[in-house]
Design a protein around this ligand. Structure first.
Ligand code: F55
Length: 833
């Protein structure tokens, strides 16, 4: 088989090489060509969907040219690559991002107008690629953008779910989940039917001798499923570097049908086999910060990890280097513990398949991997029953036991006679049933472990991973504070603000070096600038108000203070405290005389976010928010003074409308529970202020923007343990304002009180684990300060500008450079023309 074109014929290839379209004319020509040929339609039959398809195909063609060039040069120049393994990539839409990154959005806008379309209507045709739950998945997407924009040779590896995160509908105030079938037309992926890997499950392990008489373990029998690669180009901003996101899809390995079975007349079981195989990549598990231990989830993890490692090893082997050079060519980052089996799989490949001895293999493995932790919540730490692994991955379980054995021997040397230490740090939890602790395995198998904000990194080193710091020393642990990409979260989401900033900061350089934002600070005193700034915020609020009107039928006043909390619904994030605060505000307004009411500041309280389908308490919170909304929004005494909105189906593309429209956003987790938070960064970057607790990245945001430009409240993380203890063992008195709120709920003001009994009981009777009552008073007081500050618009806008000017640190570019330097040891490789 011919692998490439022979020398003499290459001239023809070069002569006919595909060239990217140029200018508006070139763009329009491509759109019409795609409508007429690729889509086989015409100007008489071209709706917005078709125009979206053709526009995307035109830009896709453009990306492919750079993508091929990038991949060729990375291969040819044989540079070290980063592989980012994540079960989630919350990408959102691709077209707008592609147009901006190649710098041709204005061209496309004019071209589409010439062809009879408004670019906004075309962009909104695209389905979000919603292959993630929340912060962890969106972080992976921001990282891909930064890796490409900074010219790092990097690939993402994930799963191609047929169904992403469910779509949320609100029916009678309750969340209803609807499947997200997003793939009906997806021009951004390239099926690579020739890039496949057979993945094995179940079976058993036999010992046998190799050619040299050495005993080796052979894993055979069992089920085989085929992984098929789908590639998605990831364009960098203002650079030809176009990296690859490879997503694996599962397929029955015998092809369409197992012909053996088919010919034996066993048609049904042949189809059933196929469906069982395809189930592996069918659906994203919709839990965030909760692990439920389902077998299919473990199958997903191994399927994806094994396919990715096979691919990475195959690529390395082409370079014909010695195995010892593997960590110099390959850095693999584990996005949480979900890909931890990669550690075991690489060790297995090296010892069972490639014949390396254990120690040599293990040195390669540990020098290759880095592990990022995203949570300290105990219910989110992954553990798998030994019995499940024994059945599904028998050889891997043996290797895990060996890893643990050697690790515990090492610990015993350092801490002789400390039996309890061995029990505490063992990868195998000696419980009933026995469990494998994935975070411990990830630590032992990596050379660096990082948290995602300073407080979080301190907490993991002093609490959940304390023993490991004692064993390995502090240098194995580090912090890399999260960041967000300013391309999507400022330039794309808020084009007018981006343009205004560019006009003051000497052009678009802030988009590639966000510290340039600091130049804004010298204009804080400029009245005209502040006016322009405020006008943009107002316009963004009008846009959100229109969205609210068209989706919910509720009219909100864009001049009101927009108070927004959008994120996954979770007790630790305390949306319940927010809605209790809203009820308190409502009661306060109700008690006032009409004259007094007139003096109050109008407010719109906006919520959004999905609850995991099995998380009953989170669903109760959504129901309460909607119930309060339907009472408050229809109360004639209240009018514009208070509106309560629950935005349906919060996702990446909605966040792009929401973030630019906030005056204040809420990041109010119980101190010590939110590892970092990233939407806090997006909101401040878009000129909104924060009300928040001393938690996660809020602390570093405060350090950067200054205490006067953020509204902090509540107990500190070091006090949480004692407070919880006091709730259970001391007397637990409920804050009196909060008690009044509970009494109102119990009166039935917001519907049958029984409906919300559990939310009240969690605070009153069940120990108030999330400290809602402890923080309520300072929360309400701080909201009063927010109102007061907002009344002085001049000062408010000055605070907002100052805060934006000081947000340079929170770019995911800074964050990726830190990973590159302190964990991956990789350098940028700019693509040559
Ligand atoms: C999803 C599945 C499992 Cl099994 C566990 C966790 C998740 C998940 O979605 N976690 C998540 O989003 N974590 C968040 O990561 C962000 C990025 O580091 C942080 O900013 C945020 O604090 C953290 O909760």
């Amino acid at each position: 088989i011919k692998a490439s074109i022979p020398e003499p014929q290459r001239a023809a290839w070069e002569k006919y090489a595909v060239k990217s379209f140029e200018g508006q004319e070139g763009f329009e020509r491509e759109v019409v060509r795609h409508v007429e040929t690729t889509l086989a339609r015409s100007l008489f039959n071209c709706d917005e969907k078709a125009a979206y398809a053709a526009t995307s195909l035109a830009f896709r063609d453009r990306l492919i040219t750079d993508w091929n060039k990038t991949q060729q040069q990375h291969t040819y120049r044989d540079a070290k690559r980063v592989y980012y393994l994540s079960l989630e990539f919350l990408m959102g839409r691709a077209l707008d991002n592609a147009m901006l990154n190649v710098g041709l959005k204005d061209t496309a806008k004019a071209g589409l107008a010439d062809l009879g379309f408004r670019i906004e209507d075309i962009i909104t045709q695209e389905n979000d690629a919603a292959l993630g739950n929340g912060g962890l998945g969106r972080l992976a997407a921001c990282f891909l953008d930064s890796l490409a924009s900074l010219d790092y040779p990097a690939w993402g590896y994930g799963l191609r779910y047929r169904y992403g995160i469910f779509k949320q509908e609100i029916i009678d105030g309750y969340q209803v989940e609807v499947p997200d079938y997003w793939l009906d037309f997806n021009p951004w992926e390239f099926p690579r039917h020739d890039v496949t890997v057979d993945i094995q499950f179940y079976g058993n392990v036999q010992k046998s001798a190799d050619a040299n008489g050495k005993t080796i373990s052979v894993w055979d029998g069992g089920e085989v499923v085929q992984a098929v690669a789908y590639d998605v180009p990831i364009p960098g901003y203002a650079t030809p570097t176009t990296n690859n996101l490879r997503l694996w899809s599962s397929k029955a390995s015998g092809g369409e049908f197992d012909f053996q079975k088919f010919n034996n007349g066993d048609y049904e079981s042949s189809v059933a086999d196929q469906q069982r195989a395809e189930t592996i990549s069918a659906v994203l598990y919709p839990n965030d910060n909760l692990e439920r231990g389902k077998e299919l989830r473990l199958k997903q993890q191994y399927f994806w990890v094994a396919a990715s490692l096979y691919d990475i090893v195959r690529r390395f082997k082409k370079s014909k280097r010695a195995w010892s050079e593997f960590p110099e060519q390959v850095a693999i980052q584990l996005n949480d513990t979900h890909p931890t089996l990669a550690i075991v799989e690489l060790q297995r490949i090296l010892i069972d398949v490639e014949g390396l001895d254990w120690d040599q293999a293990w040195a390669i493995v540990t020098n290759t991997f880095g592990y990022t932790n995203h949570t300290v919540l105990p219910e989110a730490l992954e553990k798998w029953p030994v019995s499940l692994l024994q059945n599904l991955l028998p050889r891997h379980l043996q290797i895990i036991f060996d890893i643990n054995l050697f690790f515990l021997q090492q610990v015993e040397k350092k801490f002789p006679d400390d039996r309890d230490m061995l029990r505490r740090v063992s990868i195998v939890e000696e419980s009933q049933p026995k469990m494998i602790r994935m975070a411990y395995l990830a630590i032992v198998g990596s050379h660096k472990v990082n948290g995602v904000a300073e407080l979080h990194s301190d907490l993991i080193q002093t609490t959940i991973f304390k023993d490991f710091v004692a064993i390995y020393g502090p240098d194995k642990f580090t912090n890399v504070t999260n960041g967000v990409t300013p391309r999507r979260w400022l330039h794309q989401a808020n084009p007018r603000l981006s343009e205004l900033i560019a006009s003051k900061c000497g052009g678009n350089e802030f988009l590639t070096d966000l510290t340039n934002l600091s130049k804004l600070e010298q204009f804080v005193g400029d009245k005209d600038f502040r006016k322009e700034w405020a006008e943009i915020k107002y316009a963004n609020k009008v846009r959100l108000a229109k969205h609210i009107k068209s989706t919910l039928g509720v009219t909100v006043n864009p001049a009101a203070l927009f108070d927004i909390q959008v994120k996954r619904i979770h007790e630790y994030k305390r949306q319940q405290m927010n809605i209790f605060g809203v009820i308190h505000r409502y009661l306060t307004l109700k008690k006032m005389s009409p004259e007094e009411r007139k003096k109050q500041l109008p407010r719109v309280s906006i919520f959004g976010g999905k609850a995991a389908p099995g998380y009953w308490m989170a669903k109760q919170i959504i129901h309460l928010i909607n119930s309060v909304g339907s009472v408050v929004n229809n109360d004639a005494d209240i009018g514009d003074l208070l509106k309560v909105i629950f935005l349906e189906d919060y996702n990446v593309s909605k966040a792009e409308i929401i973030c630019p429209a906030s005056d204040i956003s809420e990041h109010i987790s119980t101190a010590g529970t939110e590892a970092s938070g990233t939407s806090n960064m997006k909101f401040v970057l878009n000129g909104g202020l924060i009300i928040g607790t001393c938690d996660g990245a809020n602390i570093e945001i405060t350090r950067e923007v200054g205490e006067n430009n953020i509204f902090l409240f509540g107990n500190l993380s070091e006090d949480v343990e004692d407070l919880r203890h006091a709730h259970t063992y001391g007397s637990h008195t409920i804050d009196s304002d909060l008690d009044a709120v509970f009494k109102e709920i119990e009166k039935g003001t917001f519907g049958t009180p029984h409906d919300f009994g559990a939310l009240v009981a969690a605070v009153r009777q069940h120990g108030d684990y999330y400290l809602v009552s402890d923080d309520f008073h300072s929360y309400i007081e701080t909201h009063r300060l927010v109102d007061e500050a907002y009344r002085n618009q001049d000062e408010w806008v000055s605070k907002c500008i100052t805060a934006v000017a000081r947000m340079g640190f929170f770019s995911s570019d800074r964050c990726i450079n830190e990973y590159a330097e302190s964990i991956w040891n990789v350098e940028p490789l700019p693509i040559k023309e």
